[in-house]
Design a protein around this ligand. Structure first.
Ligand code: 5GP
Ligand code: MG
Length: 179
Protein backbone atom coordinates (compact mmCIF):
# COMPACT_ATOMS: atom_id res chain seq x y z
CA UNK A 1 0.00 0.00 0.00
CA UNK A 2 2.63 2.55 1.11
CA UNK A 3 4.80 1.59 -1.88
CA UNK A 4 2.08 2.99 -4.19
CA UNK A 5 2.42 6.47 -2.71
CA UNK A 6 4.55 8.97 -4.65
CA UNK A 7 4.35 11.76 -2.10
CA UNK A 8 2.92 12.43 1.34
CA UNK A 9 0.99 15.67 0.87
CA UNK A 10 -0.28 16.10 4.45
CA UNK A 11 1.35 14.20 7.29
CA UNK A 12 -0.37 12.53 10.21
CA UNK A 13 0.90 15.24 12.56
CA UNK A 14 -0.23 18.08 10.27
CA UNK A 15 -3.67 16.50 10.07
CA UNK A 16 -3.93 16.09 13.82
CA UNK A 17 -2.88 19.67 14.57
CA UNK A 18 -5.08 21.25 11.91
CA UNK A 19 -8.16 19.23 12.88
CA UNK A 20 -7.78 20.25 16.53
CA UNK A 21 -7.66 23.90 15.41
CA UNK A 22 -10.57 23.44 13.00
CA UNK A 23 -12.73 21.92 15.75
CA UNK A 24 -11.89 24.90 17.98
CA UNK A 25 -12.93 27.30 15.18
CA UNK A 26 -16.27 25.53 14.81
CA UNK A 27 -16.73 25.37 18.60
CA UNK A 28 -16.14 29.12 18.88
CA UNK A 29 -18.88 29.75 16.35
CA UNK A 30 -21.46 27.26 17.67
CA UNK A 31 -21.02 27.69 21.43
CA UNK A 32 -24.02 25.95 23.01
CA UNK A 33 -26.07 25.62 19.79
CA UNK A 34 -25.77 21.82 19.89
CA UNK A 35 -24.97 21.35 16.19
CA UNK A 36 -25.68 18.16 14.26
CA UNK A 37 -22.62 17.04 12.30
CA UNK A 38 -23.78 15.36 9.10
CA UNK A 39 -20.93 13.31 7.65
CA UNK A 40 -20.95 12.41 3.97
CA UNK A 41 -19.99 8.73 3.66
CA UNK A 42 -17.72 7.04 3.11
CA UNK A 43 -14.72 9.28 2.59
CA UNK A 44 -15.38 11.43 5.65
CA UNK A 45 -15.22 8.71 8.32
CA UNK A 46 -11.60 9.11 9.37
CA UNK A 47 -11.77 12.92 9.48
CA UNK A 48 -15.17 12.73 11.19
CA UNK A 49 -13.99 10.57 14.08
CA UNK A 50 -10.96 12.78 14.75
CA UNK A 51 -12.97 15.99 14.38
CA UNK A 52 -15.81 14.94 16.66
CA UNK A 53 -13.41 14.02 19.47
CA UNK A 54 -11.72 17.42 19.17
CA UNK A 55 -15.12 19.17 19.35
CA UNK A 56 -15.57 19.49 23.10
CA UNK A 57 -19.15 20.78 23.33
CA UNK A 58 -22.59 19.13 23.03
CA UNK A 59 -23.32 17.93 19.49
CA UNK A 60 -24.98 15.06 17.64
CA UNK A 61 -23.78 12.75 14.89
CA UNK A 62 -25.57 11.83 11.68
CA UNK A 63 -24.57 10.55 8.25
CA UNK A 64 -25.64 10.59 4.62
CA UNK A 65 -24.47 8.40 1.81
CA UNK A 66 -24.90 9.75 -1.70
CA UNK A 67 -23.63 8.61 -5.05
CA UNK A 68 -23.88 9.54 -8.68
CA UNK A 69 -26.17 7.54 -10.96
CA UNK A 70 -23.40 6.49 -13.31
CA UNK A 71 -21.20 5.15 -10.56
CA UNK A 72 -18.39 7.48 -11.50
CA UNK A 73 -17.73 10.58 -9.45
CA UNK A 74 -18.57 14.14 -10.30
CA UNK A 75 -20.94 13.50 -13.20
CA UNK A 76 -23.59 15.70 -11.64
CA UNK A 77 -26.69 13.52 -11.25
CA UNK A 78 -26.78 12.23 -7.69
CA UNK A 79 -28.98 10.06 -5.51
CA UNK A 80 -29.43 9.55 -1.76
CA UNK A 81 -28.36 6.02 -0.85
CA UNK A 82 -28.80 6.58 2.87
CA UNK A 83 -30.50 9.57 4.44
CA UNK A 84 -29.93 11.16 7.86
CA UNK A 85 -31.90 9.68 10.75
CA UNK A 86 -32.23 12.71 13.08
CA UNK A 87 -35.00 15.30 12.70
CA UNK A 88 -33.07 18.35 11.48
CA UNK A 89 -35.98 20.80 11.63
CA UNK A 90 -34.81 23.92 13.50
CA UNK A 91 -31.35 22.43 14.12
CA UNK A 92 -27.93 23.88 13.33
CA UNK A 93 -26.40 21.53 10.78
CA UNK A 94 -22.74 21.32 9.87
CA UNK A 95 -21.94 19.16 6.85
CA UNK A 96 -18.61 17.37 7.21
CA UNK A 97 -16.93 16.32 3.96
CA UNK A 98 -13.62 14.77 2.99
CA UNK A 99 -12.98 16.90 -0.09
CA UNK A 100 -14.71 19.76 -1.91
CA UNK A 101 -13.79 19.06 -5.52
CA UNK A 102 -16.22 19.96 -8.35
CA UNK A 103 -18.79 20.58 -5.61
CA UNK A 104 -21.50 18.49 -7.24
CA UNK A 105 -21.91 16.17 -4.30
CA UNK A 106 -21.79 18.93 -1.67
CA UNK A 107 -24.27 20.95 -3.68
CA UNK A 108 -26.62 17.98 -3.77
CA UNK A 109 -26.23 17.23 -0.06
CA UNK A 110 -26.76 20.90 0.80
CA UNK A 111 -29.99 21.18 -1.25
CA UNK A 112 -31.25 17.89 0.16
CA UNK A 113 -30.65 18.96 3.77
CA UNK A 114 -32.28 22.36 3.15
CA UNK A 115 -35.61 20.55 2.55
CA UNK A 116 -35.48 19.38 6.18
CA UNK A 117 -35.85 23.00 7.37
CA UNK A 118 -32.78 23.30 9.59
CA UNK A 119 -32.14 26.61 11.40
CA UNK A 120 -28.80 26.87 9.57
CA UNK A 121 -26.41 24.81 7.44
CA UNK A 122 -22.67 25.30 7.16
CA UNK A 123 -19.98 23.31 5.42
CA UNK A 124 -16.78 22.03 6.95
CA UNK A 125 -14.44 20.20 4.58
CA UNK A 126 -11.09 18.66 5.38
CA UNK A 127 -9.72 19.36 1.90
CA UNK A 128 -10.64 21.97 -0.67
CA UNK A 129 -9.57 21.84 -4.33
CA UNK A 130 -10.88 25.21 -5.55
CA UNK A 131 -9.25 24.82 -8.98
CA UNK A 132 -11.69 22.02 -9.78
CA UNK A 133 -14.96 23.77 -8.89
CA UNK A 134 -17.78 23.36 -11.42
CA UNK A 135 -18.94 26.72 -12.81
CA UNK A 136 -22.54 26.28 -11.59
CA UNK A 137 -21.47 25.61 -7.99
CA UNK A 138 -21.70 28.82 -5.98
CA UNK A 139 -21.49 27.19 -2.53
CA UNK A 140 -18.52 28.10 -0.38
CA UNK A 141 -17.01 26.05 2.42
CA UNK A 142 -17.34 27.83 5.77
CA UNK A 143 -14.51 25.87 7.39
CA UNK A 144 -11.58 24.36 5.47
CA UNK A 145 -8.82 22.13 6.80
CA UNK A 146 -6.36 22.40 3.91
CA UNK A 147 -6.43 23.77 0.40
CA UNK A 148 -4.88 21.22 -1.98
CA UNK A 149 -3.61 21.43 -5.55
CA UNK A 150 -5.36 19.70 -8.44
CA UNK A 151 -3.97 16.22 -7.74
CA UNK A 152 -5.82 12.97 -7.04
CA UNK A 153 -5.20 12.29 -3.37
CA UNK A 154 -5.81 9.19 -1.24
CA UNK A 155 -5.63 8.22 2.41
CA UNK A 156 -7.19 9.43 5.62
CA UNK A 157 -10.57 8.22 4.32
CA UNK A 158 -10.08 9.00 0.64
CA UNK A 159 -9.98 6.02 -1.70
CA UNK A 160 -8.88 4.80 -5.08
CA UNK A 161 -11.17 1.89 -6.06
CA UNK A 162 -12.13 1.64 -2.36
CA UNK A 163 -8.52 1.07 -1.27
CA UNK A 164 -6.08 3.33 0.60
CA UNK A 165 -8.76 4.79 2.91
CA UNK A 166 -6.84 3.47 5.92
CA UNK A 167 -3.59 5.31 5.19
CA UNK A 168 -3.01 7.61 8.17
CA UNK A 169 -1.93 10.54 5.95
CA UNK A 170 -3.06 12.21 2.71
CA UNK A 171 -0.86 11.20 -0.19
CA UNK A 172 -0.58 11.20 -3.97
CA UNK A 173 -0.62 7.88 -5.82
CA UNK A 174 2.15 6.92 -8.23
CA UNK A 175 0.89 7.28 -11.81
CA UNK A 176 1.58 3.59 -12.58
CA UNK A 177 -1.10 2.61 -10.05
CA UNK A 178 -3.76 4.05 -12.37
CA UNK A 179 -2.42 2.27 -15.44
P1 5GP B 1 -17.19 16.54 -5.92
O1 5GP B 1 -16.49 16.52 -7.25
O2 5GP B 1 -18.63 16.25 -6.06
O3 5GP B 1 -16.88 17.81 -5.16
O4 5GP B 1 -16.54 15.37 -5.08
C1 5GP B 1 -17.17 14.14 -5.04
C2 5GP B 1 -16.38 13.12 -4.33
O5 5GP B 1 -15.34 12.72 -5.20
C3 5GP B 1 -15.65 13.54 -3.05
O6 5GP B 1 -16.49 13.54 -1.93
C4 5GP B 1 -14.63 12.44 -2.99
O7 5GP B 1 -15.21 11.29 -2.42
C5 5GP B 1 -14.30 12.22 -4.46
N1 5GP B 1 -13.06 12.93 -4.80
C6 5GP B 1 -12.89 14.16 -5.33
N2 5GP B 1 -11.58 14.46 -5.46
C7 5GP B 1 -10.91 13.39 -4.99
C8 5GP B 1 -9.51 13.08 -4.83
O8 5GP B 1 -8.59 13.84 -5.13
N3 5GP B 1 -9.23 11.86 -4.30
C9 5GP B 1 -10.19 10.96 -3.94
N4 5GP B 1 -9.78 9.80 -3.43
N5 5GP B 1 -11.51 11.23 -4.06
C10 5GP B 1 -11.85 12.42 -4.57
MG1 MG C 1 -16.91 12.37 -0.20
Amino acid sequence: MEKDIAQVLISQQQLQERIEALAREVMAEYGDKKPVFVGVLKGVVVFYTDFIRAFRAPCQMDFMWVSSYSGTQSTGKMLVRQDVTEDLKGRHVVILEDIFDTGNSLNFVYQHLLTKEPASIKICTLLDKPARRAPHVTLKADFVGFEVPDLFVVGYGLDYNEYYRNLPYVGVLKPEVYQ
